[in-house]
Design a protein around this ligand. Structure first.
Ligand code: GLA
Length: 368
């Protein structure tokens, strides 16, 4: 349709020249409708545009979409502790290497995700031969060995690492999450993880990464922890705000407060796992109720467009503080939210639809 309109026959071009200036402008394609431009091109002077991918994404239609729209990638799962280090003396590099090679071959930036987390983490880390909890000393030694091996392998290829993921509890009456890391090693494992990562690659940018960063209580507690790390001169350069959002939250004001508060620490900000669910936020896994529809309604779509517009308006406004925005998954064809928190409920959280086409929300994000 655009081609027909924007490639008028010669006699129509002549006619256009006769028209006055305002009307002549209509002959130009609107900025947002250039079919050759990708998301990354519209945002070239703002920040790199990233996406979390699987090893299967490096060929076929998904690869084409990634290369057109994104300038940065993250491994969705392949570099997490469990997948990459399943046993004490065994690493599984294949999937992570596929993704790192794809980044190198196509000159994409590569974010590393994630060196220390309580989920998708192998149990051997925390247990001795008898199945008892290891000591703090042993746990930190294992953490160091893990981080050194992984960071060294991708040194010079990964420009930024999510070093520690999600250590702050969701409950405002608590501080640290009661994970095996915390129970065995106390708060200290966080600073150690940053030190080990910095030793292995002094040039990599190191991030703390978490979700619900727009909830006032959790925002304050994450801020407190980060401030403590900076006061101790721990090598940390940025905070990753995951941005697993919904069409109902956060509000513009909540998001603005988070950007202001975290950037006041002098840390760079990245939105590391952006998606906007069309349902209310929930955090506990459950089955789908019999009466629960998962059809995308026009109301959901309209709300999602508004939420994406709001988020990118603020991202652009704060471009001096923000050094990256990464989507969590490529298109609505398949996303982690299709099974979480509600098993078997389809979700539509991204800017590309199930056929890899840009959604209406996409055009609103690039129209500015
Ligand atoms: C968290 C993690 C990600 C991913 C998402 C869900 O946000 O940081 O690695 O597991 O949950 O996919």
């Amino acid at each position: 349709m655009f081609i027909k309109f924007y490639s008028p026959p010669i006699r129509k071009i002549g006619f256009c020249f006769l028209l006055l200036v305002p009307l002549a402008a209509i002959c130009q394609p609107p900025k947002a409708a250039d079919p050759d431009k990708g998301l990354k091109d519209y945002y070239q002077s703002f920040f790199p545009m990233g996406v979390a991918i699987r090893p299967q994404s490096v060929s076929g239609p998904e690869a084409a979409l990634i290369l057109k729209h994104f300038s940065s990638i993250t491994a969705e799962n392949a570099m997490k502790m469990g997948p990459i280090h399943p046993k004490e003396n065994e690493f599984f590099w294949k999937d992570a290497d596929v993704i790192a090679d794809f980044a190198q071959a196509n000159k994409l930036k590569l974010r590393g995700h994630t060196l220390c987390w309580h989920n998708q983490t192998p149990n051997w880390l925390f247990k001795d031969d008898q199945g008892k909890d290891v000591t703090k000393e042993v746990l930190l030694k294992r953490l160091k060995e893990h981080i050194t091996a992984v960071v060294t392998r991708y040194k010079g290829k990964i420009y930024a690492w999510d070093v520690v993921n999600e250590v702050i509890d969701d409950d405002d009456s608590k501080y640290f999450r009661e994970s095996p890391w915390y129970k065995i090693a106390g708060e200290e494992f966080v600073e150690k993880a940053f030190l080990y990562a910095h030793e292995a690659d002094p040039n990599a940018l190191l991030f703390y990464n978490d979700y619900n960063t727009e909830s006032a209580g959790k925002r304050d507690r994450i801020y407190k922890m980060l401030k403590g790390l900076l006061e101790k001169k721990v090598p940390i350069h940025g905070v990753g705000l995951q941005a697993h959002w919904s069409i109902f939250s956060p509000t513009e004001d909540e998001l603005r407060q988070s950007i202001e508060k975290f950037s006041s620490l002098g840390l760079q900000l990245q939105f590391t796992e952006l998606d906007i669910s069309v349902y209310q936020s929930e955090h506990s896994r459950r089955d789908r109720r019999a009466d629960e529809s998962d059809v995308l309604t026009p109301e959901m779509e309209a709300k999602q467009i508004e939420q994406y517009k709001m988020a990118f308006k603020l991202f652009r406004e704060y471009k001096d503080k923000i050094t990256g925005v990464t989507f969590w998954n490529v298109s609505d064809k398949s996303t982690w939210l299709d099974n979480f928190p509600v098993r078997g409920r389809k979700n539509y959280p991204l800017l590309f639809d199930q056929n890899y086409n840009p959604k209406k929300a996409y055009w609103e994000v690039v129209r500015f």
